[in-house]
Every structure is written in structure tokens, then in C-alpha cells.
Design a protein around this ligand. Structure first.
Ligand code: ARG
Length: 288
């Protein structure tokens, strides 16, 4: 589907508004690649943990610099993927849907997330089905987009819909390099202030039917090129105005600028060795 450029100028001409966010992050104190549960991970190549920590600290500083609140989860030794907090839960309107990981290597992260969420007084629900939190659930103010195919079970989509009372739209992922929804689709503006959710995605990561669903629901979405998706460009965090994304995704950043967003490039290349980027390191705590 081709979108005439004139319709892109409409939303871009508006003033984009950021809204304050609360993010949960976990320092990569014990970050490592010791197993391979996605095609990006190569346990034969040692990681530079100091570099990962510096990249993560910078990401955190970017968020606080934008006025967002960042809470921290205590890192546990023996959980090398714990830096990817997005996978621990989905939190909407003060209700938390705790993850149940696909791979046993990450199962112990579940309890740490549940304890943190309970400690905040949130209404916490442990999951009866396999799902990996915001890795496969992209929340907007009117609906939730949900990935399946590699990690999250389709049954979890219905569980989320029952829990949050928001329509959950299932999308099938078909390319193992994009094993989580948040590696192939980003929410730029969830619509909470603008009233109009805006997303970006790499069509090739989705089944043909899922591509049609996305085109129908978001005819003006930013379609991102494979080269930008392969540097985790879509593993981006938007607050309605600012979009924090890997600095390597230059083509996507240019598209964002054209639309009136403020792209902020960060280097998360060391964390990418485990198959993640900025969004994977960031779980949003939505209490309103
Ligand atoms: N190594 C982790 C895994 O495969 C990376 C998780 C990335 N997180 C994300 N939200 N995409 O589970």
C-alpha cells in the first residue's frame, strides 16, 4: 500500500508532544551471552561487559535527561539477560501482567519482576500462558498489538485482553531474526495526548495477513527498511515526541525527523550481541 507523501505532511506539521514516563531498567552487571535463544546470540564470542554497562548508563541518562522517571530492578548473578526488562511484564493502568518466559534460561527473572511490581502496589497477575512482556506486547491508548510465532503464545493475547479490557490484535512474526514484536515494530506515539497512535514497523518480519492488518489499522505508519531493522532500529522507545533508537538506524531516524519527531540515537551495540536494543532494556510502568 502506498501512502501519498502529502498525507505524511499532515501529522508531521503538528507539534509533537512528549508525555512523562516511568521506566523500569536493570543494569547489565551480570550481562553475558552464555546460551543462544535467538539467532543474534553467539556464546563463543565474549562480551565486553564494561562497554555494555557504559551504553546502558548512557541510555538511562537519556531518559532522565528527557524528564522521565527511571526505576531500577536489582540485577541477579546467573541471569545474563536480566538487563532486558521489557520482557518481564506488561503494565497498563496500574495492572501488571507478569511474564512467563519461553526459555528456561530466563524463568528465574519472572519472580524478580513480580516482586518488584508487587512492591509498587500494582495489581499483579502472574501469567497462565507463555508471554514475554513488552517484548511481544506493544501498548497504545486504544489497542494492544501482540506478537506471536517465536516466544509468546497466542493464548496470552486473550489473557491480556481479559486483563486490560483493551482490544488485543495478534500479529504473526515469521522471521527468526525478529523473534519479538519489539524488534520489528515500535510505538512512536501511544496516542495518550494526541489521541492518535502512531507506529513504525518492518513489514518483512510479519506474515502477509499481519501486514494487511497493520496496513488497515495504521495506514500512515512509518514503514522501515530492512537495513534499519537489522540494526534493531525498531527497538525504539517513543514518548510522543522523542524517539530513542539505535544510532546505526540512520534511515529510520531521517523518516522520523520528516514526521516531526525528535530521534535520539544511542549506541547499544554491545547489548545487541544478546539480541536487544534500547526498548528491550526498558519496561514502561503505566499507572494511569
Ligand atoms: N537474549 C534475550 C532473549 O533472547 C534478548 C531479549 C530482548 N528483549 C526484547 N524485548 N526484544 O530473550
Amino acid at each position: 500500500m502506498t501512502t501519498p507523501s502529502v498525507s505524511l505532511i499532515g501529522p508531521a506539521a503538528q507539534e509533537r508532544t512528549a508525555t512523562p514516563r516511568h521506566y523500569l531498567m536493570c543494569p547489565p552487571t551480570h550481562f553475558d551471552v552464555r546460551y543462544a535463544i535467538n539467532p543474534w546470540m553467539d556464546p563463543g564470542r565474549p562480551v565486553d561487559r564494561g562497554r555494555a554497562l557504559a551504553q546502558w548508563e548512557h541510555l538511562r541518562a537519556v531518559y532522565t535527561g528527557l524528564g522521565h522517571r527511571v526505576s531500577l530492578l536489582d540485577p541477579s548473578p546467573g541471569l545474563p539477560d536480566m538487563v532486558f526488562t521489557a520482557n518481564g511484564a506488561v503494565v497498563v493502568g496500574g495492572t501488571a501482567f507478569g511474564a512467563r518466559f519461553r526459555n528456561p534460561e530466563r524463568t528465574a527473572e519472572e519472580a524478580a519482576h513480580l516482586a518488584w511490581l508487587r512492591g509498587r502496589g500494582l495489581d499483579v497477575h502472574a501469567s497462565g500462558t507463555v508471554h514475554e512482556g513488552e517484548g511481544d506486547f506493544a501498548v497504545t491508548s486504544s489497542l494492544i498489538l501482540a506478537g506471536t510465532g517465536f516466544r509468546t503464545d497466542q493464548a496470552a493475547h486473550m489473557e491480556a485482553q481479559e486483563l486490560f479490557g483493551l482490544p488485543v490484535v495478534g500479529l504473526r512474526l515469521v522471521d527468526p531474526r525478529f523473534y519479538h514484536l519489539d524488534t520489528a515494530l515500535a510505538v512512536l506515539d501511544d496516542g495518550r495526548a494526541s489521541g492518535r497512535a502512531d507506529i513504525a514497523y518492518f513489514p518483512g518480519a510479519f506474515s502477509g495477513a499481519a501486514q494487511q492488518v497493520l496496513a488497515r489499522l495504521f495506514p500512515d505508519a512509518v514503514r522501515v527498511a530492512e537495513a534499519d531493522a537489522l540494526v534493531f532500529g525498531l527497538n525504539a522507545v517513543g514518548d510522543g515526541r522523542n524517539v530513542v533508537l539505535p544510532v546505526q538506524a540512520a534511515g529510520f531516524a531521517a523518516l522520523l525527523r520528516d514526521r516531526g519527531y525528535h530521534p535520539i540515537g544511542v549506541d547499544t551495540s554491545e547489548l545487541a550481541r544478546a539480541g536487544g536494543g534500547p526498548k528491550c532494556c526498558t519496561q514502561e510502568i503505566r499507572t494511569a
